[in-house]
Every structure is written in structure tokens, then in C-alpha cells.
Design a protein around this ligand. Structure first.
Ligand code: SF4
Length: 300
């Protein structure tokens, strides 16, 4: 029996639901459906919660609340989108004030269909979430202290779904940093990423069979372009970024200089490049919210 099987605590947040799904979430907690028989407790404190149940779609008003609640939950944590509004935005999807389903801003682990979602489906979703919590917990334990086993190598198109999922997790942090949820990496589709494999070299960092970091690169003239360095936030500050940059440079040995860019606030992305001798060469404005800062390193 795993650690979560008897005591998964849930945090329920009504993003912009019509209350239909909320009533059903409450119904699942009543004696009739009795989700508490699984030891599940509805808490109001994100710091005590393991499972984040969200009803309703995402809009500009609730996006920061969603992110804050999620950030305050300890790892491992699982997000369950309850109802079709939380899953995709439903009929409100095209509304001027609706950004979409919960996965627009958070990595959703379980989708519970329905309008409104039935209590049986919600309980089923919560139990799936408990299984995922157990898996995430086991993964965290298995990777703890195993950084020396990390393998860095070339990725192949079959890795695209895993790299895309990682990219969305990392760029949600970036979007929050700039308060800009229109970032291209967040909107990239699997087909677009697979197409990128035709003209980009992808490198991956793998721990315990999971991709926890990636970078891509390509040549233009004498310049090796090193882009989209991503490392799962759980593995930040362990030198993985610098190792990925070095590995990519190794795959572009003909380059006389290497160049990269990032947003002006992305200090955690700048750090590994600066450690390796990249220096700021220029800056350009890409939107009201973001400047793009270019860094380069000459090969001696
Ligand atoms: S899925 Fe249906 S019941 Fe649930 S919040 Fe949306 S409109 Fe309301």
C-alpha cells in the first residue's frame, strides 16, 4: 500500500464554473457518494493538498490564482480538470475573456469529462489521480541522489511527446514571469515539434528513464544557434542546463561562434550560458511585455 492510498487530500478551486460541476464535487463528498471512504479530505490549504481539482475554464482573472495555488502545493502533486469547461473551455472556448481549459496554464494529469461531471466520474478521476501520485512519488524517490546516472544524448522524433510535455511545464513558469500566456512554446503542437526534428538537432537529458531536460540547435553560416534550453523545475540548480549547452556545442563542432537568446527576466536560463562564457551582444523588443536578449560566445 503506497503512502497516498489512504490519505490523498484534495484542494478544489472553482475557476469560472457555472457551479454545476462544483455541486457535483460537493455531492461526491457527501455520505451518498462518500469519497471520504478512500481517506480523501477536502482541504482549503494548498500546502496540505496532493490533488488539485479544478472546475470551470481559465480566464485572465483567475490565471494567477490557479498558478499560485498550484505553486503552493508540495511535490508530488496532481491536477484534475473536472468537467468539459476545465478540460477544454467548452462552448465558452472562443469567448473574448476565456483562455481555454486548465491545461492552458497548468500541466493537467487527469481529465474528467461531463457537463456537469457526474460524482461517479469525479471519484474515478480522483482515484486515477491517487495512482499517479504514487507513480510520481516513486519516480521522485528513484531519481533522488541519482543525478550521477544522468545520460545526455541525441533525441529522436519518438521523444517529441515527452519533450513537448516538458516544454509546456517549463514555459508555464516563463509565461507567469512575463504575464504573457501567448508564448509560442506553450502553443506548439506535436506535429510542429516533430517537423522541427527535420532541421534541428534535439538533445535530451534522461534520469531514471524520464526526459528531464532538453535543448535544440542548428547552424546558420558559421554560427551555431543553441535554443530552447528546458530543464524540469524539480531539477533546477544542479548544473544540468550547462551540461546540455556543452553537449549541444559538441553537436555543432564547425561553429565559429554560438548564439542564443532569451527573455530579459529569464535569469535561470541566462545563468548556464554565462557560466560557459556567453556574453550579451544585443537586445530587441518583441512585445510590450518582453525584450529578447541575445548572448554569444566566440570560439577561440
Ligand atoms: S462543464 Fe457544464 S456544468 Fe461544469 S462548469 Fe462547465 S457548463 Fe457548468
Amino acid at each position: 500500500m503506497g503512502a497516498f492510498s489512504r490519505s490523498p487530500w484534495i484542494l478544489h478551486y472553482d475557476a469560472s464554473s457555472c457551479n454545476g460541476c462544483d455541486i457535483e464535487v460537493l455531492a461526491s463528498l457527501t455520505p451518498m457518494y462518500d469519497v471520504e471512504r478512500f481517506g480523501i479530505v477536502n482541504t482549503g490549504n494548498p500546502k496540505h493538498a496532493d490533488i488539485f481539482l479544478v472546475t470551470g475554464s481559465v480566464n485572465a482573472q483567475n490565471v494567477k490564482v490557479l498558478r499560485t495555488l498550484y505553486e503552493q502545493m508540495p511535490e508530488p502533486r496532481v491536477v484534475v480538470a473536472v468537467g468539459i469547461c476545465a478540460t477544454s473551455g467548452c462552448v465558452f472556448r472562443e469567448c473574448y475573456n476565456v483562455m481555454g481549459g486548465v491545461d492552458t496554464v497548468l500541466p493537467v494529469d487527469v481529465y474528467v469529462p461531463g457537463c456537469a461531471a457526474r460524482p461517479e466520474s469525479i471519484i474515478d478521476g480522483i482515484l486515477q489521480a491517487v495512482g499517479l501520485l504514487e507513480k510520481k512519488s516513486a519516480y521522485m524517490k528513484s531519481t533522488h541522489g541519482r543525478m550521477k546516472d544522468m545520460a545526455i544524448g541525441r533525441a529522436v522524433p519518438l521523444d517529441a511527446p515527452e519533450i513537448l510535455a516538458l516544454q509546456k511545464i517549463v514555459y508555464q513558469n516563463e509565461a507567469e514571469l512575463y504575464d504573457d500566456w501567448s508564448l509560442a512554446p506553450l502553443k506548439q503542437t506535436l506535429e510542429e515539434m516533430k517537423a522541427d526534428f527535420d532541421n534541428r538537432i534535439f538533445i535530451k537529458a534522461v534520469v531514471g528513464g524520464k526526459i528531464i531536460g532538453s535543448i535544440r540547435g542548428y547552424m546558420v553560416g558559421d554560427t551555431g544557434h543553441v535554443t530552447r534550453l528546458i530543464v524540469h523545475p524539480f531539477f533546477w540548480r544542479q548544473g544540468i542546463g550547462a551540461k546540455l549547452v556543452q553537449a549541444m556545442e559538441g553537436f555543432l563542432p564547425q561553429a565559429k561562434r554560438y548564439e542564443t537568446f532569451m527573455g530579459q527576466k529569464s535569469l535561470h536560463t541566462m545563468e548556464p550560458y554565462q557560466q560557459l562564457g556567453y556574453a550579451k551582444v544585443r537586445e530587441e523588443k518583441v512585445s510590450e511585455l518582453r525584450d529578447r536578449v541575445y548572448f554569444a560566445r566566440e570560439v577561440r
